[in-house]
Structures are given as structure tokens and as C-alpha cells.
Design a protein around this ligand. Structure first.
Ligand SMILES: [Zn+2]
Length: 212
């Protein structure tokens, strides 16, 4: 198996959505004092590369624990939309048959090249509403993007989030390295930690395919 890492590292000082507090790693035990190392790990549920569950926005919406583990693993498809600031339905429509065969659709904008720069959270590429509503009509387990969000950074109503989450399609945000996956079929995995009643969770997203 070749496993391609699609997650950004989680560390103090990392890029964060405006208003999100940073992750904290604090020592609970050390080799010198206790003879072993243990740390307190604290972070917002939408830190770094992470998944959004319906409970993020919808009253009574499912949390991540309501999905079986198998929901988070399945055939993936990368659609290149590299030159776009607005991802339009016409960019996606040629992939209709392949989207139908996939469980995860990953939008490759190349925006992850700005990870660490202030401009990462400004004017990133987003889906036009018609494209989001069209994509939401497929039976996708998840839709991912190598940018901060499927809605603009200042959006209050988050219509694209709602279109997907109301149909049980989870969102995977802040992916990276989608260009490293290549054109061959692959298995995508974005397993969250099994916290109870979670609206979202950082994930170690990967693409897997047989080694050449
Ligand atoms: Zn999120």
C-alpha cells in the first residue's frame, strides 16, 4: 500500500480559522520526574484538517459517533479546480459518472500552498451555491477541500455546509497534498476519534492505493 498523508500537523502556532483558540499540549508527566511521558491534549473540534458532522449546524443533527467507522473510509475522487476562485457547476459536471462511483469527493484547489500565510483564510476558493446543491444530490459520505471551508470566511448562514450536512454528507476541511494522489483509483480515509456527541474532530486523512 502507498499511503499519502493529507493532514496538516497540529501544533501551537499553527494556522487557525479566525476566532479559534490554538491547540495546547501540556506536560502531565515527564521521564525525569515520573519515569514516563504523558501530555494533556486540548484543541477546538475544528482544528487543522478536520471533519464536520451534521451536529455542527443542524438542530438534532447527527454527531460523528452516530456514523459507523466504515462511513469514514471509501473510494475517493479528486477533481482539479486549481485555477478557480469560484468552483462552478460546469467545472464539476463532466465528472458526474465518476462522482456516482465515489464515496468521497475531494476538490483540489491548490490553496494549501498558502497554509501558514495570513492570506490562507482570505478569499479562498468556494463552491457556488448551484454547484453545492448539485453535489449534495449525490450519495456521498464526504466532500473535502484543501481550503478552510466550503463557505466564505464571513458567511453567517453557511448554505453550502447546510446543503451537505442535511443529507448526511460530512465535510473535510483544510486537506493538503491532494495533487500527490494521482489519477489512479484510491481509498480515502478520514477516521475521527470516537468522542461522544461531537460536531467535528481533527482527522489524519489519507489516500491509499496499491504500491506500484
Ligand atoms: Zn469545520
Amino acid at each position: 500500500m502507498r499511503v499519502i498523508d493529507l493532514s496538516h500537523p497540529i501544533q501551537p502556532g499553527m494556522p487557525l480559522f479566525p476566532g479559534t483558540p490554538g491547540p495546547r499540549l501540556e506536560p502531565l508527566a515527564s521521564l525525569e520526574r515520573e519515569g514516563y511521558v504523558e501530555q494533556w491534549m486540548g484543541m477546538a473540534s475544528h482544528t487543522g484538517t478536520h471533519i464536520d458532522a451534521p451536529a455542527h449546524l443542524l438542530p438534532g443533527g447527527r454527531g460523528l459517533e452516530a456514523f459507523p467507522a466504515g462511513h469514514f473510509v471509501g473510494p475517493g475522487l479528486v477533481i482539479p479546480v486549481r485555477s478557480e476562485t469560484l468552483i462552478r457547476l460546469e467545472d464539476l459536471a463532466p465528472y458526474e459518472a465518476r462522482i456516482r462511483e465515489s464515496r468521497f469527493l475531494l476538490l483540489h484547489t491548490g490553496w494549501d500552498a498558502r497554509w501558514g500565510a495570513p492570506s490562507y483564510f482570505e478569499a479562498f476558493p468556494i463552491l457556488e451555491t448551484a454547484a453545492a446543491e448539485w453535489l449534495a444530490s449525490f450519495d456521498l459520505a464526504g466532500i473535502g477541500i484543501d481550503a478552510p471551508s466550503l463557505d466564505p470566511v464571513d458567511s453567517q448562514s453557511l448554505p453550502n455546509h447546510r446543503a451537505f450536512l442535511s443529507r448526511g454528507t460530512c465535510l473535510i476541511e483544510n486537506l493538503r497534498s491532494l495533487g500527490a494522489i494521482g489519477p489512479e483509483p484510491f481509498l480515502f480515509s478520514c477516521l475521527p476519534l470516537p468522542f461522544r456527541e461531537t460536531d467535528g474532530c481533527p482527522v489524519r486523512a489519507v489516500a491509499m492505493r496499491p504500491a506500484p
